[in-house]
Structures are given as C-alpha cells and as structure tokens.
Design a protein around this ligand. Structure first.
Ligand code: LLP
Length: 433
C-alpha cells in the first residue's frame, strides 16, 4: 500500500510535497496526513452503500485519530462520528460537527458524559450496561428529554486478524451478552421506556480484521436474537450497527480486502438474514476508524545515535518512539519505513529502529533493510494514521508531536507541537512563593 512517491531529488513525497522540506519546516517527530487519501477511504464506504441503495451511516471512529481538523474532514465527507468520551465529544463540538450525527460509545460512561450528550442532543447513545440505563433514565426524566439508543451486544465472536474465537459466554467488558439473557433483559427495559427510543442493535467484533467471515458470523447471530425479539416483543430493528474493524496494510504481509468488499459482504449477509427471518431491511451503520485514517499518514523522525553490536544487531535511534507510537511496544505491531532523504538509494544494511524513551521495549521496528544511515537522516514510517497520535503520551516528559495535513499541494499545521511549557502547564509548585 506504500507505492513510494519520490521526487527528482530522490526524496519521499506525500500529497506531492517533499517530506524532508516538511521535516525542516515543522520539526520531527511529525505526523503528516494525506487528506485526499482520507477522503478516498471515506468515500469507498459511503459510495458502496449508495451503489446498493442501502440507507446507511458511516461513522468515523474518532478514537483512531481525533482532532478538530480531522473531525472537520469527517464532516466535509458527510460521515457520522463515533465518540467514546467527553473529550472526543468536546472535540467534535469544537469542530462544529452536527450533533445529530454523533454516536456515543463506552463501557463506563458517567453521569457528566451522559448529561453532556443529552444536553447537546446528540444522535444516538450506544447503551453498554445496566448502570448506564439507570443513569440515562435519571438524566432524561430530569431534563424531560428523549434519546435514541442502540443496545450493544457481544455476539460471542471475537475476530483477530486471521482467526475467530467463538465463545459461548463472551468474556468481554463491553456490552450485553447474547448467550445468557442479559441482552434480552436490557431490551425489555429499553423497549418500553418512556424517554428512550430503542432504535436497534450494535455489535463490534474486533479490529484489524482481514476477512469477512467474522462479520458474517456476527450478523447471523445478531439476527437470531432479533428474530426472537420480533416474536416475543414485536421488536423491530430499525438500525443495525456493525461496528468497525476493517483491516489495513501495515507491511507487505498484510492482505486486507478493498474497503468496498467489506461493505458488500455486510449488505449481502444482512439481505440474506432479513429474507430468512421475514424482516424489513434495517438502516446499516458502521464505525470504521483505522481503515479511514490508518494508511493515510506517515511519521517523520530524525535519526540520531546508532549502536552496533557486532554480529548481532545495529540499533538506529530516532527522536520519538513509544510516546508517539505505542503500538509496537504494546502489540508488537509491525511497520515499514524508508529514509526519506535517500528514498532512491539501495538498501544495504539491516538495522533496528529504537525510540528515545528510557525503556528497552521502546523499539519502533525490529530488523529493517535501509540504505546506509547517518545522523540527521529523516526516517519515514508508513501507515501511522490510526492509534498513533491518539495514543501518544508524555512518558519521559516528551512534548507531543505536531500534525500536518497536506492536500492540493499545500501543507497546513493542524496540531501544534507541544512546548516544554505545555508539558509542565498543570504542575503546581510545592515551595513557598
Ligand atoms: N467501534 C467500536 C465499538 C470499537 O471498539 C472500535 C475500536 C471501533 C469501532 C473502530 O475500530 P477500527 O475500525 O479502528 O478497527 N488501539 C488499538 C485498536 C483499538 C480498537 C478499539 N476499538 C490499535 O492500535 O490497534
């Protein structure tokens, strides 16, 4: 997925712009998003639903990368927005996102978060647990307001990149179990609720999924339950939210499907199930995060020190690491990279890319073939658009990186690099002034 774009100087480009120029202009570590690519990913989902004339909402899962500029791009592409916290909701409001297209998730939404969602009259709350039903009921009756909700169920299918675990009694912190009657009990509470409109059901089976099989299994199970509810409670499912999780290419080994194919598989299976159970076709919602932004960004780093252990390994250290990309340390996630200022040069050595945090596990890439590296070379790591900046942290008191959007041959800073003043801004003195 990373067909290298290289200019006449042999430098890597993104959105037509020389990455080494961007490194000079904004410093490193630097996230750079190709906005046209974000739009292309978003449209792949939206247009496929349109093509099959299926009423749908494509909600960008903003946990993958939330910022005012990103939420504005989602708005421009007519996406809906999945938020999982008051911080993400606040960001959406700051970005002027239409509140009726915001969906609120989370396994432990608190009173303040739910109150904000109700006051802002957001589109939908995805109900996760019984405690939340109580909190929301109190808030709605106090405010004398109504709220549309979906009920989140765990269909007992957990999809990993290549395989699926079927669990009769799903061991998950999210949602209501289908297997032990919890989901039905929740449905009964919501179905007849004076302030809550239960519009349908939600399930999410995992992330970075390459095949359609897990989604199909989940749809089958969910429809089994919907068929029961139809018979027992005359419940009609107006909205079926199938979550996110569509995989992307990080390395040559990853083989995701084109995004259209996931949507087609969902539509096909839902069609099959509604016919089987003699139901009306529901509106379909999905919540892609990674597949909208993941492969649209790169991170630039400046190379500093190297350490060679003869016959073992050469460590090449960069000026970021687990503070801007936690995924390798946390999940052993794999990435590919090039030297941006030597993008045409032959790969001559095998090295490992180390971060600069005080922790041995702070490695970005183990074993990668690169041209001969020197201090001040610029390393470009691919496919860092999802869960990179959004999981960045202040370990070792590193200021957070900057984020730049490029589009139409122009670059624009969308998140400022933090200063050291930012790093200590909430610290208070323990000495007499
Ligand atoms: N909907 C729900 C309910 C979710 O829990 C998630 C992701 C999504 C949608 C979006 O999934 P996506 O399309 O991005 O796969 N930090 C991890 C990923 C955590 C995903 C959590 N939930 C990572 O870096 O791989």
């Amino acid at each position: 997925s990373n067909p290298l774009n290289i200019n006449h100087s042999g430098h890597l480009t993104i959105g037509g712009i020389d990455t080494t120029e961007l490194a000079k202009k904004y410093g490193t570590p630097l996230f750079i998003y190709d906005v046209e690519h974000i739009r292309k990913n978003a449209r792949a989902f939206v247009d496929t639903f349109k093509k099959y004339q299926v009423k749908a909402q494509v909600a960008y899962a903003s946990k993958a990368f939330s910022s005012v500029a990103m939420v504005q791009v989602a708005k421009q592409e007519n996406l809906s927005l999945d938020v999982v916290s008051q911080g993400e909701l606040y960001t959406a409001l700051k970005a002027g996102f239409p509140t009726e297209k915001i969906h609120f998730h989370g396994n432990n939404k608190n009173y303040d978060e739910l109150l904000m969602a109700v006051n802002q009259e957001i589109g939908c709350i995805v109900i996760d647990n019984f405690h939340e039903i109580e909190l929301l009921s109190t808030i709605l009756s106090d405010q004398n307001k109504k709220m549309d909700v979906l009920i989140r169920v765990t269909p007992g299918i957990e999809a990993h990149t290549h395989d699926y675990i079927l669990t009769g009694n799903e061991d998950s912190k999210f949602g209501f179990d289908l297997s032990n009657g919890q989901a039905t009990r929740a449905m009964e509470q919501l179905h007849t609720h004076p302030y809550i409109n239960l519009k349908g059901i939600h399930c999410h089976i995992g992330s970075q999924i390459f095949e359609t099989e897990g989604f199909i299994m989940a749809i089958e199970r969910v429809f089994g339950t919907l068929a029961e509810w139809k018979d027992s409670h005359a419940f009609t499912c107006e909205i079926l939210n199938l979550g996110g999780g569509f995989g992307i290419k990080y390395t040559q080994e990853d083989e995701p499907l084109p995004l259209e194919k996931y949507v087609e598989a969902l539509i096909e299976e839902v069609t099959k199930q509604v016919n089987l159970h003699d139901m009306d076709f529901p509106e379909i919602w999905i919540e892609p995060g990674r597949s909208i932004v993941g492969d649209t960004a790169i991170t630039l780093y400046t190379i500093g020190s190297t350490k060679e252990i003869p016959n073992v390994r050469k460590y090449v250290a960069v000026d970021g690491g687990m503070t801007d990309n936690l995924r390798p340390a946390l999940y052993q996630a794999k990435y590919e990279a090039v030297i941006a200022n030597k993008a045409n040069e032959e790969e001559v050595e095998n090295v490992s890319i180390a971060g600069k945090c005080c922790e041995s596990g702070d490695m970005l890439i183990w074993d990668i073939a690169l041209p001969k590296v020197q201090p001040n070379d610029i390393l470009a790591v691919f496919s860092t658009g999802a869960y990179g900046y959004s999981m960045s942290n202040h370990y070792n008191r590193f200021p957070k990186a900057a984020v730049v959007f490029v589009e139409n041959g122009k670059d624009r800073l969308v998140i400022k690099r933090e200063s050291y003043q930012d790093v200590v801004q909430n610290d208070l003195s323990y000495e007499e002034e």
